[in-house]
Design a protein around this ligand. Structure first.
Ligand SMILES: [Zn+2]
Ligand SMILES: [Zn+2]
Length: 75
């Protein structure tokens, strides 16, 4: 029998992708944006950044993240 830890405090954040038909709110992925900003101006970053409807449900203010950035670790 495996030792299952007794429900530790939630450490993994929740990736959510709200599916609201006709009311999709695209937002720039926060991490993509920050990465772009290291190399380009904010104007360029605005144009190049990936827009997503997904976000992290557990971060304060629920910032937008694409799945890739979410998995790569945004915490
Ligand atoms: Zn991203
Ligand atoms: Zn998060």
């Amino acid at each position: 029998m495996k030792n299952i830890p007794p429900n530790p405090r939630k450490r993994v954040h929740t990736f959510i992708k709200p599916e609201v038909p006709g009311k999709k709110k695209m937002r720039p992925c926060k991490r993509c944006y920050n990465k772009l900003r290291e190399t380009v101006s904010s104007r360029e970053a605005d144009k190049k950044v990936r827009h997503v409807i997904s976000c992290c449900d557990d971060c304060p203010q629920k910032p937008a993240y694409c799945l890739n950035c979410f998995n790569t670790g945004h915490i």
